[in-house]
Design a protein around this ligand. Structure first.
Ligand code: CP
Length: 313
């Protein structure tokens, strides 16, 4: 399905946003079209009050800059309110169950809850018991909001998805998993260049292959040749222990100008951030003319607004 021939209805089939594998291509396009409309309004100072009288809980288990600020500002701009709940200040940190927390949060008049830094299994369990929409703000295995924002950014910059190729270089983490699902569902080819032992989850790759072209390789030239987009992420994910051996293995997966030279001439560089210059990417690439990382970060705002607007309708 071609996004540019799609007519949005501004509704989605899901009551929650847990992972991209649950979403149809139409759901993804609906969110991207609404994000585009939200961004257009934002740029001229218009803020539709679609969250008026609605309060969103932000239940966060780890630190955040982009996810937290884009949700807090997005909710304010849409006329809503929020409660920021650091997980370690709730009874979850003292052993209260996911079930009790989910059931109880549904009793206070909240309109949705954003979970950050829970496991994928906990996100599913929370959603099973929740009477209000649950949004996954990052889990150990997935980061759907980031990839929706990235797809929106790619659509803005490249104007289409069909026949585009994205090369992801580095650790096969939650970003790689969600990129495989997201790109496959919008008909982009994806190549992952990861070292043995750090490839994306096998079940995610197999699932992605049902929808699109997914190549897993340990050959950077094969991955990046003909790519329209080169993407990387940190070597050590946020909740993982620092691991010098992993950093040593991943060191040759750094995206440099030599890596970018393997891609198409008009290729862009993407990174979900935070970034470590000199580790997974050189400063001259992330700060250079091919980088669109700040657009990705900004688009978190517009995607979050679209997600909240459609899920709390
Ligand atoms: N990319 C991302 O999730 O950023 P934060 O960790 O700052 O929220």
């Amino acid at each position: 399905m071609d996004i540019n021939k799609y007519t949005p209805k501004y509704k989605i089939s899901q009551g929650n946003l847990l992972r991209l594998s649950d979403m149809t291509t139409e759901d993804i396009f609906e969110l991207l079209y609404l994000a585009k409309a939200m961004k257009k309004k934002f740029k001229v100072g218009e803020h539709p009050p679609v969250l008026k009288n609605k309060t969103i809980a932000l239940l966060f288990g780890n630190v955040s800059t982009r996810t937290r600020v884009s949700f807090e500002m997005g909710i304010r701009q849409l006329g809503g309110d929020y409660i920021f709940l650091p997980k370690n200040e709730t009874q979850l940190s003292r052993g209260e169950s996911i079930k009790d927390t989910a059931v109880m949060l549904g009793r206070y008049g909240l309109s949705a809850v954003v979970l950050r830094a829970f496991t994928d299994a906990e996100v599913s369990e929370f959603a099973r018991y929740s009477s209000i929409p649950v949004i996954n703000g990052i889990s150990d295995e997935t980061h759907p909001l980031q990839i929706l924002s990235d797809l929106f950014t790619i659509w803005e910059v490249k104007g289409r998805f069909d026949k585009l190729k994205i090369a992801y270089i580095g650790d096969g983490n939650n970003i790689a998993n969600s990129l495989i699902m997201g790109c496959s569902k919008v008909n982009m080819d994806i190549a992952i260049d990861s070292p043995h032992g750090y490839s994306p989850a096998r079940d995610v790759v197999e699932r992605g292959m049902q929808f699109g072209n997914v190549l897993i390789t340990d050959d950077v030239t094969e991955a990046v040749r003909g790519a329209d987009i080169v993407y990387t992420d940190v070597f050590i994910s946020m909740n993982d222990e620092d691991d010098e051996e992993k950093k040593r293995i991943l060191a040759r997966y750094r995206v440099t100008k030599e890596t970018m030279a393997l891609a198409k001439e008009d290729a862009v560089f993407m990174h979900c951030m935070p970034a470590h210059r000199g580790e997974e990417v050189s400063a001259e690439v992330i700060d250079g003319p091919q980088s669109i990382v700040y657009d990705q970060a900004e688009n978190r705002l517009h995607i979050n607004k679209a997600v909240l607007a459609l899920l709390t309708k």
